[in-house]
Design a protein around this ligand. Structure first.
Ligand code: CA
Length: 435
C-alpha cells in the first residue's frame, strides 16, 4: 500500500529474490529489497519491488527539455497532444518521489511482525464483514474467474486496506519524476505512456488518478501496464475504475490471479514440520515435488492441523521463511499465483494466511526464531564479503540475499556442520567473522 512507501522501490517486478524482508516503515507490505521469494514462472508481478541499488545519474537535461523529448515519444505511441498537454500542464518533479526511490533502508522488519500486522484481528473482522456485504458480487466473481472470495478479499486488504489507503500522489507526476530522474527511467517511461493511455481512454480524470510514489494505483495497486492488460469494468459503467469501484477492483484482482495460474478450488498450501536430518538443500522454494513425495521424506503435520483435502497429488515447494528454526510450509500453485501479484514470499504468506483466517482456519503453529532478528543491510553486505573471502561466491556485495548469496550461505553452513538452509543469521555472521 502506498502511505508507507518510503522504502518501496517502484514496480514490484524488480523484486530481488533474497532471503530477507526489508519491511521497515510499512505495516502492510514487505519491502522488497530482500525477501525470500519463490521464483515465478513468468514475468512481472503487479507492483512494487525493490531494486538493487543502482546509483542514479543526475539528469543531464532540464525537466522541461526532458518533457519536450518525451512528448514526441508519447505522441508517437498514440497519445494525443491534448491529453499530453493537459496532463503535463504546470507539472514539476516531485522531490518526495526521488527521495523514496533512492531510499535504502538499513533495518528490516522481521517476517513475524509483518505477518502480525497483515493478519491483525481488526483486519480479519473487516474482511469478514466485507465478505458478507459483497456476497453476491463475490459469487459472480468466483463463477467468472474461479478465484476464491477469501483470496480476493485478502489481496484487497493487503493492497489498500480494502480501498482505504490507495496513495495520494498524482500518478502522472510520480511517473514523470521517475522517468526524468529515477533509477529505472526506461521502465518509468513505459508506465507513464500506459498511464497517459488510461487518461486518453477516459477511465479516470487526471486529478483523480492517484497512487503510490511508485505509480501503483487504486484499490488493487496496479501499475499502469498491469492496468492495461488486466483492469476490468465489472460494474458495467463503461469505465475500468479501480479507484472508486470495488466491483471493478475485485474483478481486476480476480482476473490477474486467474491469469497468473490460480487453480479453482485448490488450497494455497499448508504448514509442515521437518524431521531431524532433513536435507535442507531441498527447502529452497524452487524444488517442486508432489505433496505425497514430500510427506514420504519425513515431513509431518503440526499437531492439530490437517492436510487440505485434495492436496496429496499437487506439486509443491518447501518454504522456510526464517530458516530451519522457524515454521515450514508446503506451497502450491495458488501461492505462486499470489507471488505474481507481488513477488515476495512474505506477502504471499500474508495473503494466504489472511484468506485462511477468513475461511475460519487457524494461524501458524510453529515458532518463529524471535531471538535472531534479520540482519541489517550493512551486516548483509559484510556477510557477502566474508563469504566471498572464504571462497563461497556470494556475488556483488549489495546487501541483497539473492540466489548466489543463498548458495554461498549453504556451502558455509555445510562446512560448519549446520543445517544448510541458506538463511542468513547473526550466528552465521559471527562464525564467519572468526578467523
Ligand atoms: Ca466500471
Amino acid at each position: 500500500m502506498s502511505l508507507c512507501l518510503t522504502l518501496r522501490w517502484p514496480f514490484r517486478q524488480f523484486m530481488a529474490a533474497t532471503s530477507f524482508i526489508l519491511l521497515v516503515a510499512c505495516a502492510e507490505k514487505p519491502i522488497a529489497a530482500a525477501e525470500a521469494s519463490l521464483p515465478t514462472a513468468s514475468g512481472p508481478a503487479v507492483q512494487t519491488a525493490a531494486a538493487p541499488a543502482d546509483t542514479p545519474a543526475m539528469p543531464t537535461q532540464s525537466f522541461e527539455d526532458w518533457e519536450a523529448g518525451f512528448r514526441v515519444q508519447a505522441l508517437q505511441a498514440g497519445i494525443s497532444a491534448a491529453i499530453f498537454d493537459h496532463a503535463f500542464a504546470g507539472l514539476a518533479p516531485d522531490p518526495s518521489v526521488v527521495t523514496a526511490d533512492r531510499s535504502q533502508p538499513e533495518f528490516s522488519r522481521p517476517v513475524w511482525e509483518y505477518l502480525e500486522g497483515a493478519i491483525s484481528p481488526v483486519r480479519v473482522r473487516k474482511g469478514q464483514a466485507l465478505l458478507a456485504q459483497n456476497a453476491d458480487l463475490l459469487s459472480r466473481l468466483e463463477a467468472r474467474y474461479g478465484v476464491d472470495r477469501q483470496a480476493l478479499i485478502a489481496v484487497w486488504g493487503m493492497e489498500s486496506s480494502f480501498g482505504q489507503f490507495q496513495g495520494d500522489k498524482s500518478v502522472i507526476r510520480s511517473l514523470a519524476t521517475l522517468a526524468y530522474e529515477g533509477r529505472r527511467p526506461d521502465f518509468a517511461q513505459s508506465q507513464l505512456i500506459a498511464a497517459l493511455q488510461i487518461l486518453q481512454n477516459g477511465d479516470i480524470a487526471p486529478e483523480r488518478m492517484l497512487g503510490s510514489w511508485a505509480g501503483a494505483m487504486g484499490q488493487t495497486q496496479f501499475i499502469p501496464t498491469t492496468y492495461a492488460t488486466h483492469a476490468v469494468d465489472f460494474d458495467g459503467d463503461g469505465r475500468r475504475d479501480i479507484w472508486n469501484s470495488s466491483a471493478d477492483a475485485l474483478a481486476s484482482t480476480a482476473y490477474y490471479l486467474q491469469s497468473s495460474g490460480w487453480q479453482r478450488g485448490q488450497p494455497w498450501g499448508f504448514e509442515v514440520q521437518l524431521a531431524p536430518g532433513f536435507d535442507y538443500n531441498l527447502a529452497d522454494g524452487v524444488v517442486r515435488k508432489p505433496v505425497s513425495e514430500w510427506m514420504q521424506m519425513g515431513l509431518t503435520l503440526p499437531v492439530g492441523t490437517q492436510m487440505p483435502a485434495g492436496a496429496d497429488n499437487l506439486s509443491a515447494a518447501l518454504l522456510l521463511p526464517t530458516g530451519y528454526r522457524g515454521p515450514a510450509f508446503l506451497v502450491l500453485d495458488n501461492f505462486r499465483a499470489v507471488l505474481k501479484y507481488n513477488n515476495s514470499s512474505s506477502y504471499a504468506l500474508a495473503v494466504s494466511l489472511l484468506a485462511q483466517k477468513l475461511t475460519g482456519g487457524g494461524g501458524i503453529v510453529g515458532n518463529w526464531p524471535k531471538d535472531d532478528l534479520p540482519l541489517s543491510r550493512s551486516e548483509r553486505m559484510e556477510l557477502q564479503n566474508l563469504l566471498s573471502a572464504r571462497g563461497y561466491d556470494a556475488g556483488t556485495p549489495d546487501g541483497i540475499i539473492g540466489a548466489n548469496t543463498r548458495k554461498a550461505i549453504r556451502q558455509a553452513q555445510q562446512q560448519f556442520s549446520e543445517p544448510p538452509d541458506g538463511y542468513a543469521t547473526h550466528v552465521l555472521l559471527e562464525r564467519l567473522r572468526q578467523p
